[in-house]
Structure formats: structure tokens, C-alpha cells
Design a protein around this ligand. Sequence first.
Ligand code: ADP
Ligand code: G6P
Length: 478
Amino acid sequence: MHKHELVVVANRLPVDQHVASDGTRSWVTSPGGLVTAMKSVMEDVDSAAWVGWPGLTDEAIEPFEADGMSLFPVFLTNSEVEKYYEGFSNGTLWPLYHDVIADPNFHRTWWDAYVDVNRKFAAAAASVAVRGGTVWVHDYQLQLVPEMIRAQRPDLKIGFFNHIPFPPFELFAQLPKRNLVLRGLLGADLVGFQRERDSINFMTCVRQLLGYRSAEHEIHVPGIGVEPDRTVVARAFPISIDTSVYDRLTKDPAVLKRAEEIRAELGNPKRIVLGVDRLDYTKGIRHRLKAYGELLAEGAVDPHLVTMLQVATPSRERVDAYRQLRDEVELTVGRLNGDFAPLGRPAITYMHRSFNREEMTALYMAADVLLVTSLRDGMNLVAKEYISSRVDCQGVLVLSEFTGAADELRAATLVNPHDIDELKTAILHALAMSPDEQRAAMESLRRQVENNTVQDWADDFLSVLSEGGERNSSPHIP
Ligand code: ADP
Ligand code: G6P
């Protein structure tokens, strides 16, 4: 089999299967930022591969090429999807790592499936990487993979990036099998996080639970038996977006026309307030609707002049907490419209579906205010996409302090979404900001986003990984 210099390992493959009306199937590159970032990195190396789950359970798919990438599908059974993906990943880890906003559930059978599936991903990655190559593992679904790969392939440089928060010790300590998770991650040469705070939380857990020494960003991992000691670097690498996509789309006449149409379709209101999220309880959609609903009830926001558009991508629809959230959000939107919407014009337009990049950009360009009210969020790329779309330097970003993005985007209107009064004040302030005030804030935000694109992020991570990997492959003197 042909071997690859760089192997990306992520729960999902970077392509989705599309079935045409005549039944023919094709693979289409997924629109996410990670895919775009990896594609640009993958183009720079002689040979790169991606190991991931194709999102199907009914059939095993052979490795294939799509959009210039070599893709290695990992087959998951229905039971593995239920226990590894919906169970341990999204029923245990996701809520625990997001400040227990929802109750984490734990079942030993979920853990067993998590171990088995991580082993499948590790075996696939180990079999396609060239001697001395680099493997980059992504996200909370695959935390055991670094150690599993190292056991088979100590010649590889192994990086891990956690896209979601890493919880404080007091919360992480609740996780059954917590030490095995830490050991899994420490199989990497470099463990990357979104925020400095996440890397500190991780190092604290490693010190408290495993007793390993650490200084600055380096963790001393003692070798067992004949294994040499190693140094693992844990550091923040805040992820970003591909700004060139928005440079292009904001100049596209069809997108500009669509932004106008959106405003017209919403009744040409004075102000449009936008929310764009996966329908996830971490996004604070309930808090947002509560604050907005109170403003409507108090008459502080006039639905004849201001309209809200909430776009909610369907997500993890078989997990209980997500079903409940959907019911609550849809009930609340229905109630608020029943109570406050003028005839023929909703106070809140709610769309439970996905859109392409062109439509998303047009939405961002049409919106006067973007509300990001996450109760906890690793980064929040929607905030950066909005900024990148505002080439006119207008628009206001209301941004929760509990996002990774808030660490960088200090010129946003920062809020604590738990404080409904503060959120209401922030929304009113955003609606009232003058064009000059909007410009001053947006110029600063745009500089910030332009100075750290997703390509910078990937280059930075891979160059630190390359140094760390070299050090661990040479004899280490503690
Ligand atoms: P998360 O990774 O938790 O979903 P982010 O804000 O970091 O949150 O990333 C969400 C990504 O999904 C963004 O790139 C955003 O543009 C995209 N997205 C969100 N909602 C939609 C939608 N309805 N249609 C298409 N893309 C969406
Ligand atoms: C977040 C996670 C990703 C995940 C994405 C979509 O961004 O960090 O790992 O892929 O949400 O969720 P899904 O469960 O549909 O893959």
C-alpha cells in the first residue's frame, strides 16, 4: 500500500455522500474550516491522507480519492455509532467538557465501544503513515488514538488538537476512566488546545491525577520499562477560518444580490438580528430567546422595526438532550411569535436547516447584529465568519465571554449570557450603535481575524509538532 507523509485523523471524513435523484452517489467536500485548512496543508506535502468515518453505517467503503485527497474510511457499526459517537463522545464527554451544561451520562458499554473504535482509527492511521511521518489527530472523539498509534509506530510524530474546551480539574475528575484518557492524549508529542486556559486545565489534571511534573508548556512523561522518558508539549493554538473564502464571496455579485434579497424577504426592517448555531445546548439559544422575548414583551424592541433570524443546523438528533432542546426552542419561538409578531411578519424567523457558504455569507452581510451567546464554546467560528464577511466594517458582534473567540476578539460587545439583564442591555446597545462606533470596533476585529487565519493555525501547529517530534525521537536526557 502507498504510504503517506502526513495523516490527518478525525471522527469525520472531509466529504459527505450525496445521493442524486437517479440514485447515483458522489462525494462532495464538506464545507467546514478544518477541511479547508487541512486541504491547504495537505497540498504542501508530497503525500497526505485522511482517516475518518464517512457518516454511514450500512456499508464498508474502500479507500478512495476525492478532491485530490486520499481518504481512508473507518467503518462503524450501528451499535458503535450509538455507543461511541452518540454515547461516550456526545453523551459523556461533550457535556462534561462543556461545563456540565447538560448532565453527562456514563455507561461502561459506551466506554468499551470508545476504546474499540479508537483502536480502529489508530490501526488505520498506523497502517498508512510513512516511516518517520506525521499524524495529526483531531478532537474529543479520538483521545485514546495518540497512545494507541505510538504503541505500534514509535517512529511517528504525533500531534493532537482538541477543538472543544478542556475542563477544569474539578470537572474532569468526575470522568470515569479519566487516567486512561490522559494517558491516551499523552501519547502525542504535542497536545494543542484552543485557549491558554484549556492547556493549563490539562496540565493540572496530568499533575494531580498522574503525578507527572510540568513546567511552562512541557510535561515530563516517564517511560515505562525500556521506553525512554518523553517531553510532551501542551499549548494553545486558537483555530481560525479561511478568510480568502470570504474575501471572494463578499465580492461575488450573486452573494451581494442575495444579501439584499434577504433583507427584502424579511420585510426590509430597520435592523436584523442574527443567530447561527448548530442546534446545541452549549450555544445558549434558550438564554438568547429569553432575553429577546423580554425585550419584545417590554416594548424595548419593536418587531415592526427589528427582526430576529435564528438559523439552527440540525445536530446529533438521536441524543436525548438535543431532542429536548429542539422542542424547547421551537415551543419558545412559536410562543413569542404568537404573542408579539405583527400580521404576516414573524418577530423571530427560525430555520432548522443547513445552507451553503454563499447563503451563509449573504446572511452575515445582511445582519446588523450577530448574537453569539454560548454558555461554553471551544472557539466559535461563526463569530469569525461574521467579521470576515463585514468588508463594509459595519455590523455588531455580541459575543459571549465563554467562547474561545472572546480571548482574541476583545473589541466585540462581550457579554455574560447567564445574566439576562446584561444580555438585554447588550442587545439594545448593539441595536443603537452608530455607524462610526460600529466601524471602530469592526476594524479592530477584522485586523485580529486577518492576522491569524486557519492556514496560520495549521502551519504553526505543524511546525511546533515537527520540533517536538524530533526531540522525542532523539535520546532524551531528563
Ligand atoms: P461548532 O463547531 O460547535 O458547530 P462553530 O461556530 O465553531 O461551532 O462552527 C460552526 C460551523 O458550522 C461554522 O463554519 C458555520 O458557518 C457552520 N454552520 C452553522 N450553522 C450552519 C447552517 N445552518 N448551515 C451551514 N453551515 C452552518
Ligand atoms: C464540533 C466538534 C467537531 C464536530 C462538529 C459537528 O465542532 O468539535 O468534532 O465534528 O462539532 O458535530 P458532529 O457530531 O455532527 O460531527
